[in-house]
Design a protein around this ligand. Sequence first.
Ligand code: ATP
Ligand code: MG
Length: 443
Amino acid sequence: MKIELPEKVKTVIGELKAHGYDAYAVGGCIRDSILGRTPGDWDITTSAKPQQVKAIFPRTVDTGIQHGTVTVLMDKEGFEVTTYRIDGEYEDARHPKDVIFTSNLLEDLKRRDFTINAMAYNDETGLVDAFDGIADLKAKRIRCVGEPTERFTEDALRMMRAVRFAAQLGFTIEDATRQAICDMAENLSKISAERIQVELVKLVTSDHPEEMKTIYDTGIAAVILPEFCTMMETEQHNPHHIYTVGVHTIRSMQEIRADRVLRLTMLFHDVAKPVCRTEDENGIHHFHGHPEVGAEMARKILRRLKFDNDTIRKVTALIRAHDDRPPLKGRAVRRAIFRNGTEQYPELFEVKRADILAQSSFLQQEKLLYVDRYEHMYRQIIEKHQCLSLKDLAVNGSDLIARGIQPGKEIGVILHAMLEQVLEDPKLNEKEALLDWYFNSNK
Ligand code: ATP
Ligand code: MG
């Protein structure tokens, strides 16, 4: 098998070889090349020790020198060059106690997670596939290198990686590997939230977010996201729904583009339905208040998973707004945009459509038509540059101070009163008119 290595990768490997070392492109880049996918990065594995790598290349960065990794810079591009290694005894399920450098490619490949990730290639030797990675690629199978329970004991995160690769590649997890995940999911409690977050994001932004079902079925969710288990186990007896909260959630993720914030929003948009559920005298379930309660639950979950504040802010705002349905009148739509925050638009329409598409067919066309009309009105309002927030208001704090209002809380109160007027009637967004209105009505 011939793999087309990028010129710079050939150069790095060529230089290492010219100095008497062994070197291969390895792991994800080989897997992706064989699959015809564009590799995210090209990793290189070599017999050269980090100091020896640094001696060869003029520009290097010590990215993980304690793990044997040096980044070699070629122009602006960086390539991680890692010395062959086998992991020593594991102290816990997280970190190798010591990493012993070996001069053996096979030992290096043996410590990789899955057979499809354990192949190496250079032009001279060709493909090194000691664990039948090619066969598993053909069978679209995620399989551990060696004994799954052992491998998951060494690093529990590999269980999430298995599901994440299944989701990215559209593969299935081989039986013994899957069984080991079911048996050992509990070990994920030892893994840092940061590492779990990385894999969860890759999974939810993949082509197959429905693999969240596997996260539930294997017991991973019970450890990293118990709220999702509750969703999977909550029925919705309501004409608008045909699925449990969890299955509706998964369907809604499939209905939205693979954007990080949007997929996370769909994952958590109904997280509060289980706690907000009530049943009326006809046995119909209602979920009053679930967007607000859900936004707060999502905030806690996202914090726990160590998401950044910007992501948390965007996701929770979309969750809070996802069920907001203003009457389709100019003033009501402008108020809604102000209420939900201009920053949530136009993404909010994508959220609403995905949510509807994952519901029952009851009134579905009507609901979609409503969103179309809402969006149409939104676009017109934007085109006309109508005022939608304090920053668009023709009056600001200094204008009020110039008119003798004391700096302080009152300024905000007045500006909001003016904004209320302008949301009602955009023509009023004119400095003198607004000031006159205020000072005349408050004489
Ligand atoms: P991508 O970069 O597309 O997410 P990848 O396969 O390149 O996928 P990385 O996390 O970049 O994944 O890791 C590069 C390679 O290192 C993997 O292909 C695998 O061989 C090895 N590897 C990474 N993480 C682990 C792990 N936790 N346990 C064992 N091997 C791992
Ligand atoms: Mg990679």
